[in-house]
Ligand binder design. Sequence first.
Ligand code: BES
Ligand code: MN
Ligand code: ZN
Length: 505
Amino acid sequence: MEFSIKSGSPEKQRTACVVVGVFESRKLSLPAELLDNAARGYLAELLRRGDMEGKAGNTLLLHKVPGTEADRVLLVGLGKEREFREKEYRAAIATAVRTLNETGGFDGTVYLTELPVKKRGVAWRVRQAVLVAEETLYRFDQLKSKKDDVRRPLRKLTFCVERRTELAAAEQALSEGQAIASSMNYMKDLANLPGNICTPTYLAEQAGTLGREHGLAVEVLDRAAMEKLGMHSLLAVSRGSHQPPQFIIVKHLGGKPGAKPIVLVGKGVTFDTGGISLKPAAEMDEMKFDMSGAASVLATLKAAAMMKLPLNIIAVVPTVENMPGGGAIRPGDIVTSMSGQTIEILNTDAEGRLILCDALTYVERFEPDCVIDVATLTGACVIALGGVVSGLLANDDALARELLDAGHDGWDRAWQLPLFDDYQEQLKSNFADMGNIGGRPAGTITAACFLSRFTKKYDWAHLDIAGTAWRSGKEKGSTGRPVPLLTHFLLARAAKKVGAGETAQ
Ligand code: BES
Ligand code: MN
Ligand code: ZN
């Protein structure tokens, strides 16, 4: 999709379709009123006659509206003006884009970006409009032999802003939105691919391609290299699979040489059967998404490169397939992690933490400014928080605060859970330094407690995205989250550095 920004009167737009909003009940938004004035009350008359109430989700497509230059006018219902907030704004954009795509025009000029949303400026509205538009039009059909193509699909969207003074901020937001949206699509494509295609080796190859396309340094460690480093916890998980494990490192060095990097670690289990602690059959196909953390950190590096962020950022992806098999680890097996701490593997389905712990030890060598790991780690997180917010746990409250704020800014929210020491007891083992499970109570927290034992040397935060990274049911598929959260975190960090007198490169 091609996007642009414009400021101007709606009645003067020469376009296939002008899109304006109508609040419930029958209240024209400001741009709709301008159109109505040019059309000598034609729109108001239609509303009075009962053609449209302005209920959220409703639309009315009009042709050749008198006094206007556009082929069509699309009225989009916005619901009650008093209740019009972030969620309603995003829904209105989605309705507009879906309808435009089905309408047959090649381009649309959208005035919904001028609507006031409480506490949100023009930059937020434009960024979100791009994200929602791309989200609405995203299809994963690369594996279908027949694609149901739209006959005359939408090719160009123009978002309007009220004042010329807003143009610069809107243009900037537009290009940020495009970088985030294309990175979300990149994540979705990777995560939607099935386990027989998206293997650890495939992920490593994709990282190589990403590096070549965006000028990122990529390094991949194979099994032998991992053995040398002593990553026996990670290697234990991959033992049941015929797919070799990979350890991927991608660097975006946009900051000052020597400036401490932000390190992102993503769980890359390309398929999670549970191993010998086998999962039940129902919905097991969804465990192809168990590499969503990996996909999200690779995607975030893509966004950082596209936006040329003046930061040093390193993505680290431990990737394996968790299978039962003759060589697989058994419940009760004890392994020595790279940190030297021993782990009794009481449940082979708690594999994410087993690969992450070695990655978290490995990243010490970067002397990180901070480390954020991203993982579809616990079913308990889905139960606690559902698909609305990601779980956040951290050993540093300032870092947690930054991530919560970034989630709010990117409308990809997280919610903090406590990492109190009291929970550590649940990980006690009779035979090793720790067990890899903490029982049913507070499963998301004990998983983070396990990781916290490997993150003592730096500021660290953990995002459990088990509930937010994909949708189940009819609309099954990757959501592209938490790419908006992570990129907004980086954008805020970059802004802070530039503000502090460091220059962009
Ligand atoms: N990948 C799963 C977590 C998961 C489950 C994500 C359901 C999304 C939906 C993870 O590896 C896992 O199996 N976790 C176990 C841990 C348990 C054995 C302590 C879980 O949550 O059941
Ligand atoms: Mn598992
Ligand atoms: Zn898993």
